[in-house]
Design a protein around this ligand. Structure first.
Ligand code: CNA
Length: 295
């Protein structure tokens, strides 16, 4: 490298430089990691936002501890609290948000390597993201399974029962509770998640949007891209910065405030507004607005 090139390599990217990079076709394999924050604008509360997040309202479910609502052990004893919450989480006629449409636009532009979402609300499907471009890392409400005989149901079949406030029971074996295929604590992640080991080292840009990165192993995926892969965080608050308890084993998290940062950028605020700014900087407004109009 010449001196100028070396110097440029060391300057960390910014929101603007990443937008320019997308515009100029610098990034060809973009991975998105998304979380509940991207669906708040669709009317689905996230978990951890103070006051509005579901975790701040769990008293009404009368649980021994907050995580019990997604614990397999507890669900087998008492599935009622989960289904009460599911009523709030299931998208009825909810529409994908601008961030979901941005994911689709990256796919249309052939620069999307994959979307890894923790969301279970199926809004990526509603935004028509191709199934092969999507990993629903914590499962989704799209299907449900009887815990006794494993008979599979579609969302359409069980949603009306959940919306009536009832616990869905299996029509086939007449014994089992039918549980939506979302991943609870104590369950294995869907097989698609294993793609991450091959996918992340190939990425040249990682965009993380609307997640606290607190749920593992999902949150740890930010470490699986190569050292020269740029990483952009779009979130209401700073997350994924080094905390000993979370990122042990020498991981440094995002390096926003560190002198050795050569690859991390952040833009804090409402992700829907930020994505609109981003699209404008990239120069994709026309196609983006078409996607918004179609939905
Ligand atoms: P979380 O822990 O609740 O974190 C959400 C993050 O998004 C927080 O850092 C917020 O500050 C941020 N945020 C909230 N609103 C906005 C906004 N408008 N703009 C920018 N940032 C915002 O949720 P995670 O996804 O990190 O946690 C993982 C859990 C949440 C997964 O297992 C999900 O299944 C589960 N979940 C999913 C949904 C859904 O499918 N829509 C809803 C609630 C919880």
């Amino acid at each position: 490298w010449g001196d100028e090139e070396k110097k440029q390599k060391l300057i960390p990217p910014s929101f603007g430089s990443i937008a320019r990079g997308i515009k100029n076709n610098k990034y060809k394999k973009i991975i998105l990691m998304t979380g509940a924050g991207i669906s708040v604008a669709a009317g689905i509360p996230d978990f951890r936002s103070p006051k509005t997040g579901l975790y701040s309202k769990l008293e009404k479910y009368d649980l021994p501890y907050p995580e019990a609502i997604f614990s397999m052990e507890y669900f087998k004893k008492n599935p009622k609290p989960f289904f009460k919450l599911a009523k709030e989480l299931i998208p009825k006629d909810l529409k994908p948000t601008p961030v979901h449409h941005f994911c689709k636009l990256l796919e249309k532009k052939k620069v999307l390597h994959r979307v890894y979402t923790q969301n279970i609300d199926t809004l990526e499907r509603k935004a028509n993201i191709l199934p092969e471009k999507l990993v629903e890392a914590h499962g989704s409400f799209a299907y449900a399974t009887c815990l006794k005989c494993r008979y599979r149901y579609t969302q359409k079949e069980i949603q009306p029962i959940i919306m009536k406030g009832k616990v869905p029971k299996c029509k086939k074996c007449k014994k089992g509770v039918v549980k939506p295929n979302i991943t609870f604590f104590g369950e294995n992640l869907p097989s698609g998640f294993s793609l991450a080991h091959r996918d992340f080292p190939k990425a040249d840009l990682l965009i993380v949007i609307g997640t606290s990165l607190q749920v593992m192993p999902f949150g740890s995926l930010i470490h699986h891209v190569n050292e020269d892969c740029h990483r952009l965080l779009i979130n209401k608050e700073e997350v994924g910065v080094y905390r000993k308890s979370i990122f042990s084993r020498g991981h440094k998290g995002f390096r926003f405030n560190r002198s050795d940062n050569t690859r991390d950028a952040k833009k804090l605020g409402d992700c829907q507004e930020i994505i609109k700014q981003f699209v404008k900087l990239i120069g994709w407004e026309k196609e983006f607005n078409e996607l918004l109009d179609e939905s």
